[in-house]
Design a protein around this ligand. Structure first.
Ligand code: PLP
Length: 396
């Protein structure tokens, strides 16, 4: 059978994270779940706010099923898009309208759509700033783009601007940022966003075409200690936002999110039409209809973020006390730990031998670190700390 080599490679390549998760399940069956310390997967552990299930029931009980489950318009239900615009305008002082939104199947679809809409053969480089979500490489490849990686600023996991400036060239089409960040937990400061906006404006003028900022924000509301996440469209006009309800209200399996194309974007209507075209060509028209209706009514609400904050405090405090090095996560639900020794794979394997499952940072463009997804039970973190100590002591 003749098939696409590229798709075969993607479909048959092992996902390190998934494989680790499966390994954890296998070990749990052998030695008991309480003896496995699984930090592999970014699957929210805090339930959706109660309003989500109540809204689902109310919609099912009060609306004709043919209307609930039928197609919406390709870009999503107009009332839902207006509700999302109203919520953002109230929270961030913006002036979005319903025709700035394209409803999608989560942030993954949003990213694939934005890249599909923007990348051309003449302008086919997309920049990712390490550490970054590994799927960016897949989405860029699908859009015919080359992913150019800017090495991490490992002091604070903000942006190494010298390296970013060096990476921007005449073929740069877009820069993807993700704050709060998976895997570092860092939140870009207002200073970082302002510097980035200035640099991109200058480089757009130099190259003679707009360099688009793609802001991937599935963790927008998951921040701690009262920190505010700068709303990026207010700082740089050529910004497209990729949002998802997967993490903020714990609905990853329901596949719902949106692309936001603010009016300020140069040639807004053409860009929005290209987003619709990319959605169409990728088969993402009409995001799940029931879930559109649900998020239209609960948008802006969140799961109980304080649960993640408690996990962060326990894990970060415990690891620092042992002697590990890491930057304190300010958001999302990941902690990026500096390895001991100088071999990341060996560190992961030594942890695995203790049933401590952590993800190699190399896949995120940042060797020398491992990711701990702490969207887990508090008790598991408590039980894991003596094991982290054992791992630490084994390097003495
Ligand atoms: N972007 C980042 C940074 C993520 O961490 C994830 C999921 O973990 C996604 C995008 C994809 O999110 P979704 O499940 O909404 O497609």
């Amino acid at each position: 059978m003749i098939i696409s080599d590229r798709m075969y490679a993607l479909g048959s390549a092992r996902s390190v994270i998934r494989e680790l998760f499966e390994y954890g399940n296998m070990r749990a069956a052998q030695v008991g779940r309480q003896n496995i310390y699984d930090y592999s997967l970014g699957n929210p552990a805090v339930p959706s706010p109660g309003s989500v299930n109540e809204t689902i029931k109310d919609i099912l009980d009060s609306q004709p099923s043919i209307a609930v489950h039928g197609y919406t318009s390709a870009q999503g239900d107009a009332g839902v898009r207006q509700a999302i615009a109203d919520d953002l305008n109230k929270r961030f002082g913006t002036a979005f309208g319903r025709d700035d939104f394209y409803m999608t199947c989560g942030a993954a679809a949003s990213l694939a759509i934005c890249l599909g809409a923007l990348v051309t053969p003449e302008c086919d480089e997309v920049i990712a700033i390490a550490p970054f979500f590994p799927e960016y490489g897949v989405f860029a490849g699908n859009a015919g783009a080359k992913l150019v990686v800017v090495p991490a600023d490992t002091t604070a996991f903000q942006i190494d601007f010298k390296a970013l400036e060096a990476a921007i060239g005449p073929k740069t089409r877009a820069v993807i940022i993700n704050s709060p960040n998976n895997p570092s937990g860092a939140v870009y400061s207002e200073e970082t966003i302002m510097k980035l906006a200035l640099l991109l404006a200058r480089k757009s003028a130099e190259t003679g075409h707009a360099i688009v900022l793609i802001s991937d924000e599935p963790y927008r509301e998951i921040v701690y200690d009262g920190l505010e996440v700068p709303f990026v469209t207010k700082y740089y006009k050529n910004t497209l936002v990729c949002y998802s309800y997967s993490k903020s209200i714990s609905l990853p399996g329901e596949r719902i999110g949106y692309v936001l194309v603010p009016q300020e974007v140069e040639d807004h209507d053409r860009v929005y039409a290209a987003v619709c075209g990319a959605g169409r060509s990728l088969g993402y028209v009409c995001a799940p209809s029931l879930m559109q209706k649900v998020v239209g009514r609960v948008t802006g609400q969140t799961s109980d973020i304080d649960e993640y904050r408690k996990n962060r405090d326990l894990l970060y405090g415990g690891l620092k006390e042992i002697g590990y090095e890491c930057v304190k996560p300010q958001g999302a639900f990941y902690l990026f730990l500096k390895i001991l020794g100088d071999d990341t794979e060996a560190f992961c394997e030594r942890a695995k031998a203790l049933d401590l499952l952590v993800v190699n940072g190399t896949g995120f463009g940042c060797p020398g670190y491992v990711r701990l997804a702490y969207c887990v039970d508090y008790d598991m973190i408590e039980r894991s700390l003596p094991v982290f100590r054992k791992l630490y002591d084994s390097y003495k």
